[in-house]
Design a protein around this ligand. Structure first.
Ligand SMILES: [Zn+2]
Length: 104
């Protein structure tokens, strides 16, 4: 495992949990996590991984990783960061690797 990928993934876990929980993520949060030059890559990766994390039924949020719920946005965010940190990080690493392959 490339340590750069691992570090980048770690930095994106919280942003991803937020995005997946439908809490708005500001532009500078992406920049803080991955730097200005990788901001767009960060957004793509976060959006793709978020798809696998949360199911929405009307306004209710459910965890796709363990089927728990329903959660509020804030509850969903806390659940993801507390219970699924390492799984989210792994998913991010896979997506980042895919992005790097696409560039090379
Ligand atoms: Zn869960």
């Amino acid at each position: 495992m490339d340590s750069g990928i691992s570090i980048t993934a770690e930095k994106l876990v919280e942003v991803t949990a937020k995005y997946a929980s439908q809490i708005s993520v500001k532009e500078d949060e992406y920049i803080r996590a991955v730097g200005f030059s990788s901001k767009d890559m960060g957004k793509r990766v976060v959006a793709r991984v978020s798809f696998w994390l949360v199911n929405q039924e009307s306004t209710l949020l459910y965890c796709r990783l363990c089927n728990k719920g329903p959660f509020t946005k804030r509850g969903m965010f806390l659940h993801l960061t507390r219970m699924h940190h390492s799984e989210i990080k792994l998913l991010l690493e896979e997506e980042i690797k895919r992005e790097i392959k696409a560039i090379l």
